[in-house]
Design a protein around this ligand. Structure first.
Ligand code: ATP
Length: 354
């Protein structure tokens, strides 16, 4: 059995909101799993049920081979970090970090050892004597993370721990969290709606929508092989280009034709005749003098290392990645091709990948 198992987990709040609608998830020991999804999809509710802060309406939670569904938070041996720091204001940073170890009755020498270790690893030098009110938001969250990660519980539960921080602080704390988690190998559930954070931290990502899991996979699986149109559109910045069209057969060749166009794209795989939606990432739309279709540039977003070019084609808008400093001007006509090794297809009715 996996280390953390959620079986048909459901939550209906007293006002009738069906926040989580039957989640099945197995997490092996030591894995960092990110729950990713838009606001209101049930990420926090799921995490809070695992923590014991919300009671599940149905289903079971198993942790380290033991059913914990109805146990109090203190009986589950989990370490939690939330978006807001929740440090004890009357204790210094050092006392805050030591607090959970003292509560466990750990010997002083062991507490000192753990404090030194976490101070080094999380860069707390210079902060330890300060009270929370004397610390910046980023440093307060660093102390809050240290207070959770100084312990070695069965599970870390983190709910948008970097949500209120600026980009620099987010990047640096993200790296610190991952390094410490990898070293201690504590199984971790991490909630975010920031997909870049999810991609960079996760061993596996759980994409949620409407209280359900839409896909579980490695960041690369989620990005390259989305299971449905929702995941294709939600994951990635920008999301996948989605081009409605039809599949026809020309002898042995399968051909995709975008709706309202005469463009014919011969495919390398056989698909049944009918309506489909083609999905392609912007980095797999390329400028090619021999390309099968044209796009007129509407706008360019300069990203530093590259640009996202928004172009209008006969069959609708498309976004392509343009490498290099010179960006095409508004109104320029580009000859375009799709990298057909990297396209995916969806059934427009069921929205599932074909
Ligand atoms: P966010 O990223 O905005 O925090 P989330 O994915 O974490 O969103 P949840 O906080 O789990 O989503 O909320 C899921 C649904 O349950 C939402 O519709 C929310 O309004 C509702 N909800 C959350 N807590 C309660 C509550 N205590 N009572 C009633 N409904 C609630």
């Amino acid at each position: 059995m996996s280390f953390l198992v959620l079986q048909q987990l459901e939550k209906t709040y007293a006002d009738g909101t069906h926040a989580v609608r039957g989640i099945e998830l197995s997490v092996p020991r030591g894995e960092l799993v990110v729950l990713l999804g838009p606001s209101g999809c049930g990420k926090t509710t799921t995490l809070r049920m695992v923590a014991g802060l919300e009671m599940a309406s149905r289903g079971e939670i198993h942790l380290a081979g033991r059913e914990v569904t109805r146990l109090r938070p203190s009986e589950r041996d989990v370490g939690m970090v939330f978006q807001f720091y929740a440090l004890y204001p009357h204790l210094t940073a050092r006392e805050n970090v030591e607090f959970p170890l003292r509560s466990l009755g750990m010997p002083k020498t062991e507490i000192a050892k753990r404090l030194a270790e976490v101070t080094d690893q999380m860069g707390l030098h210079g902060l330890l004597k300060q009270y929370p009110r004397q610390l910046s938001g980023g440093d307060q969250q660093k102390v809050s993370l240290a207070r959770a990660m100084v312990r070695r519980p069965l599970l870390y539960l983190m709910d948008e721990p970097l949500g209120t921080l600026d980009t620099d602080q987010r990047l640096s704390l993200r790296e610190i969290i991952r390094a410490r988690q990898l070293e201690l190998k504590v199984t971790t559930l991490y909630v975010t709606h920031d997909q870049e954070e999810a991609m960079s931290l996760a061993d596996r990502i759980v994409v949620m929508a409407g209280g359900l899991i839409r896909q579980v996979g490695t960041p690369a699986e989620i990005y390259d092989q989305p299971l449905d149109l929702f995941v294709a559109n939600f994951v990635g910045s920008p999301g996948m280009n989605l081009i409605p069209g039809t599949i026809t057969h020309d002898g042995p060749t399968t051909v995709f034709t975008p709706a309202q166009s005469s463009v014919c794209l011969p495919l390398k795989r056989r698909l049944p005749i009918g309506r489909v939606t083609l999905g392609v990432r912007c980095e797999h739309v390329r400028q090619d003098p021999g390309g099968a279709f044209q796009g007129r540039v509407r706008t360019c977003e300069y990203l530093g290392h590259a640009s996202n070019v928004h172009a209008q084609t006969d069959f609708g808008p498309i976004i392509l990645r343009h490498e290099g400093a010179e960006t095409p001007g508004t109104g320029a006509m580009l000859q375009l091709a799709l990298d057909l090794d990297h396209v995916v297809f969806f059934d427009p009715t069921t929205e599932a990948r074909l």
